[in-house]
Design a protein around this ligand. Structure first.
Ligand SMILES: *[C@@H]1O[C@H](CO)[C@@H](O)[C@H](O)[C@H]1NC(C)=O
Ligand SMILES: *[C@@H]1O[C@H](CO)[C@@H](O)[C@H](O)[C@H]1NC(C)=O
Ligand SMILES: *[C@@H]1O[C@H](CO)[C@@H](O)[C@H](O)[C@H]1NC(C)=O
Ligand SMILES: *[C@@H]1O[C@H](CO)[C@@H](O)[C@H](O)[C@H]1NC(C)=O
Length: 370
């Protein structure tokens, strides 16, 4: 009897994994805590299907309360030289900061501290199953990772901090329409950050390594140009960011200080009219790639505005990827001087002292067609 029960349970877990397809990407970054040897503060963002389970659901009330969703998984650390057995670090639960009803995802961030027994290098990762069913195949397993080397750097006498980045969990494109995605790449040490495709040999990407054939990556500018003949459906993109000494010219020969994996989804839809029919960000919206300094104790205010070139279409949502404690209003609208409907959200952010450092804020507008 007992064995029947167990195999039934295993079967149940397997079925739910095969059909669950709930992972939507993420990133993990880190910085050392200067005051305690080998203590590191990690910051991660994860995105999951909003309707997957009640434990992943999030709405604006939960964003306002910084509710934790997605708990129960764990980040692990492996020592490069295998001196220690695998260490269990923080839980994967995150404060929900953003969600999309139309695209059915929630995303958020969290931080945890860990004091390592030595300076490593350590490989930190979170893995599981499954991604959404992908056009570009793979077995659906996800794995996000970063390397942590706590040896003092020769060039600046400091311990390294990893690069940081962020993307919307889902980038939607219409087949036949050219599109270039800028991947933000920042580094608090002033290092040069490069982007490359993730590789399985370096344990950066689980089941989706080298699987994205529908784009060309500019490793220096960190831009991804999507091919106009990309196959329809869902593609997972796995990119690795690496930080190098600012003076580096030959990146093939140089050893990066760390790596960070960044993963997200690209959805390619059939052509449904001219390429310019997507919503555009207008007016007072911050420029793409712009950088704002927010002094201690200050509040950052902004407005994200969007309108549709095609007045027969409505903007359904302005979706965002926001740092913790950023406040956005619901979607508001007004009619501008040429009679078009303009949709907007007000943004305000009064960062906490613990958020000192660099953060990334991303946003886009989507219409009823995604
Ligand atoms: C991590 O350590 C810092 C510095 O000691 C502390 O301010 C912060 O609250 C800690 N974070 C967590 C998530 O425990
Ligand atoms: C760790 O960092 C130190 C200092 O930058 C460097 O000398 C060493 O080669 C790094 N180790 C690995 C395995 O990259
Ligand atoms: C603008 O906002 C109002 C109030 O929320 C709403 O009733 C109306 O449908 C919106 N107009 C458009 C064109 O979306
Ligand atoms: C949004 O910001 C504008 C400009 O600062 C302000 O006039 C308006 O009252 C704000 N709306 C809300 C709902 O906060």
């Amino acid at each position: 009897m007992a064995s029947t029960l167990i195999s039934c349970l295993v079967f149940a877990i397997f079925t739910s994994q095969a059909t669950a397809s709930h992972f939507r990407g993420g990133i993990i970054t880190w910085k050392p805590d200067e005051s305690i040897a080998n203590k590191v503060t990690f910051n991660f963002r994860l995105a999951f299907r909003r309707s997957y389970r009640s434990s992943y659901f999030c709405d604006s009330a939960m964003v306002a309360q910084q509710s934790i969703v997605g708990s129960g998984g764990r980040w692990y650390a492996n020592h490069d030289l295998g001196i220690y057995s695998r260490l269990a670090l923080g839980d994967t639960g995150y404060h929900c900061t953003d969600f999309s009803v139309n695209e059915d995802w929630t995303q958020g961030e969290n931080t945890f501290n860990y004091t390592f027994p030595d300076e490593g290098p350590w490989l930190i990762s979170y893995s599981g199953c499954c991604w959404i069913s992908l056009t570009n195949g793979g077995n659906g397993n996800w794995l996000l990772s970063t390397t942590v080397n706590l040896t003092i750097r020769h060039d600046n006498g400091k311990i390294n901090s990893s690069p940081i980045s962020a993307t919307s969990p889902i980038v939607r494109i219409q087949r036949g329409c050219p599109r270039t995605i800028s991947i933000p790449a920042e580094d608090s040490d002033g290092d040069k950050v490069r982007c490359r495709w993730s590789t399985g040999s370096q344990r950066e990407c689980g089941g989706i390594c080298n699987g994205f054939y529908s784009g060309t990556l500019d490793e220096e500018k960190c831009t991804l140009r999507l091919h106009s003949n990309a196959a329809l459906g869902w593609h997972a993109v796995a990119i690795t960011l690496e930080d190098f000494p600012a003076s580096t010219t030959n990146f093939q020969m140089a050893t990066p200080f760390s790596h960070v994996s960044l993963q997200f989804l690209v959805h390619v839809a059939p052509s449904s009219g001219p390429c310019s029919r997507a919503p555009v960000l207008t007016g007072q919206s911050p420029d793409d790639g712009s950088c704002e300094e927010v002094p201690d104790g200050d509040t950052f205010y902004s407005i994200i505005e969007a309108k549709h070139i095609d007045s027969s279409r409505r903007i359904a949502e302005i979706v965002t990827v926001t740092p913790l404690y950023m406040h956005l209003t619901s979607l508001l609208n007004y009619t501008d001087h040429v009679g078009d409907s303009v949709y907007y959200k007000n943004v305000s952010w009064n960062p906490k002292l613990s958020q000192k450092g660099r953060h990334i804020f991303c946003f886009k507008a989507i219409d009823e067609y995604g």
